[in-house]
Design a protein around this ligand. Sequence first.
Ligand code: DQA
Length: 137
Amino acid sequence: MKLIIINGPNLNLLGKREPEVYGNKTFEDYFADLQSKFKGVELEYYQSNIEGEIINKIQEVGFSYDGIILNAAAFTHTSIGIGDAVKAIETAVVEVHISNTHKREEFRHISFISAAAKGVILGFGLQSYDLAIQGFL
Ligand code: DQA
């Protein structure tokens, strides 16, 4: 099983960024935990702060990988382009968020990705990614 985690803008700052919302752990450390937990899964990680690069990555993997775990971060709430890319590909996408976006500001209640996603997992902290992998297994 070949899965990729694609993280959007500012998620490279996990560990430093608003720790009361997103926790103290860096994504690199968490990703190492996931790799040792899911040894049978070929797990990749990609992060970009640039909308077009995220679209390029979705297109690149979206016809050959078994699953995409996508946290498009702030682009979730703004990007018709990323939503269209998710619609355009064959690979199933699980949308994840670390925080419960529905408990937060109203602009975070909208997602341009959810309608095209296989499922959505949010609000479980970094464990949201773990649950998404389990969803694919
Ligand atoms: C986020 C929620 C988004 O609203 C926010 O812009 C992020 C992270 C989350 O994982 O909780 O950057 O996607």
